[in-house]
Design a protein around this ligand. Structure first.
Ligand SMILES: [Zn+2]
Length: 84
């Protein structure tokens, strides 16, 4: 019997010590947004599926864009993530 572990939700990412960061989807801006995985879990719950998801109410403070690009990284939050 095999065990398949799917990493589909914000809580799964946290439990696997992965990080999720959000960037402004406007390619001329593309700044790192302040939303963190821990904050997203507070706001949307650990059961939120992140695949194909656009968090609502998140807005780029720089250009006002409401679309985000999510980047999943298999490292803990803050680990060697280059600043913008
Ligand atoms: Zn922006």
């Amino acid at each position: 019997m095999t065990t398949h572990t799917a990493i589909e939700t914000l809580g799964d990412l946290r439990d696997h010590a992965m990080s999720l960061s959000w960037y402004c989807a406007d390619e001329r801006c593309a700044r790192l947004l302040g939303l963190t995985l821990a904050r997203a879990i507070e706001l949307f719950g650990a059961d939120q599926v992140y695949i194909g998801w656009q968090p609502t109410g998140i807005k780029c403070a720089e250009c006002g864009c409401r679309e985000t690009t999510m980047i999943v990284q298999p490292v803990p939050p803050g680990y060697a993530i280059p600043g913008r």
